[in-house]
Ligand binder design. Structure first.
Ligand SMILES: *Cc1c(COP(=O)(O)O)cnc(C)c1O
Length: 361
């Protein structure tokens, strides 16, 4: 059945291997594999928990981690909650998750209490904001970070596991040696204050991995959290390909439901399209127009690239996608399947949609 998202498990595993060669072998960093972009897909999580180079599985949602808590339990990996926990999910957090990223002492106190009730010790990564201005204690409030570390250290049912930072999300700030060195300096001061080493200094997401192959990663960074670089092979700082990784470990397939020759310009007065925009059209004369049974409810159409490069995407609506196949060598017909690679947003949406079937090859 179509539309479907095809996961090529061999390619995906090869991407994990490629990321591990850089992150672990060259960079001396442990690797958190991020599962949120595929909604913690069971088969992918099974592959990751069985993979010897994966140290942690990480997700932004407790619901997703709960789905693979049994796999974590049966493996030597730990689970990590990436998004700051909500006060309303502390019980499940402590029950299903080993480590969480935090920036609020009130939340950490609630975790400590709940962990006490459940007879557990929960690990905390204290987040530092290096200027991207999403989550974390602001790096210039150094004393606030050191004091928070001391408060956490004094709690009996949470353990300060390390520091972490997140970049290239809200502010689109690129990780560099200089801003990550600030995190390393702060980590050094925390260690001095506590009189012990931290286990983890986590230097960011898929936008940080390039620093390793450029030879520019500060020594003290010993962990990266990688989603897009593993799933789609992308360095998200400068858009390079992660060496040894591929972009087509996941593809979207959709079926043609109409293929007719019509003008490229709509006929009549132009109003607003289904999404309230006034569209603009290019006059290409009479063209071969293919309609695919997939739409904006299933994917982010702008985030798709056809494997057949002679196809031109014209646009789409909720349930349809329109292609210009005039310039294609292949003679498309109704019932044919068109395949696309996906960008991050398109993958996220397709993986989340229950209308998009999942297939593993
Ligand atoms: C999503 C996320 C990641 C992974 O991001 P990628 O760009 O997919 O590697 C890492 N850390 C945090 C806090 C995240 O929210």
């Amino acid at each position: 059945m179509y539309p479907k998202l095809v996961y090529n498990m061999d390619k995906l595993k090869a991407n994990v291997d490629a990321a591990a060669r850089i992150t672990r072998e060259d960079g001396g960093c442990s690797m958190m594999c991020v599962t949120k972009c595929v909604c913690a897909d069971r088969k992918i999580c099974e592959m990751l928990t069985a993979h010897p180079s994966v140290d942690f599985l990480a997700d932004s949602r407790v619901d997703n981690i709960r789905k693979y808590a049994d796999l974590i339990e049966a493996s030597d990996k730990q689970s990590v909650l990436l998004r700051l926990p909500m006060m309303c999910e502390i019980e499940d957090l402590v029950k299903y998750v080993d480590i969480s990223q935090n920036s609020e002492l009130a939340t950490i106190e609630a975790i400590n209490e709940e962990a006490g009730r459940q007879g557990k010790v929960h690990k905390i990564l204290l987040m530092v904001d290096l200027g991207d201005l999403r989550e974390g204690i602001f790096f210039r409030d150094e004393e606030k970070i050191l004091a928070a570390a001391e408060v956490i250290e004094a709690m009996s049912n949470v353990e300060l596991y390390g520091l972490s930072t997140n970049l290239t999300c809200y502010g689109a700030i690129i990780p560099k040696n200089d801003n990550l060195s600030v995190l390393c300096d702060i980590a050094g001061k925390v260690e001095e204050r506590l009189g012990r080493k931290l286990d983890v200094v986590s230097g960011g997401n898929s936008s940080s991995i390039y620093l390793i192959w450029k030879g520019d990663m500060p020594e003290k960074i010993n962990n990266l959290r990688l989603g897009e670089s593993i799933l789609l092979g992308n360095d998200t700082a400068y858009g390079e390909t992660v060496p040894g990784a591929v972009h087509d470990a996941m593809t979207l397939q959709a079926q043609i439901i109409e293929l007719q020759e019509k003008p490229s310009l709509p006929i009549g007065e132009v109003g607003k399209d289904a999404f309230g925009n006034v569209p603009e059209y290019e006059d290409r004369g009479i063209i071969k127009r293919a309609i695919l049974a997939v739409g904006k409810q299933d994917v982010d159409i702008d985030g798709l690239a056809p494997l057949d490069e002679q196809i031109d995407i014209l646009g789409g609506s909720s349930d349809h996608m329109l292609l210009d196949v005039t310039g294609c060598d292949r003679e498309y017909k109704v019932g044919d399947v068109v395949e696309f690679t996906l960008e991050y947003g398109a993958l996220l949406k397709a993986a989340t949609s229950e209308y998009v079937k999942k297939e593993y090859v």
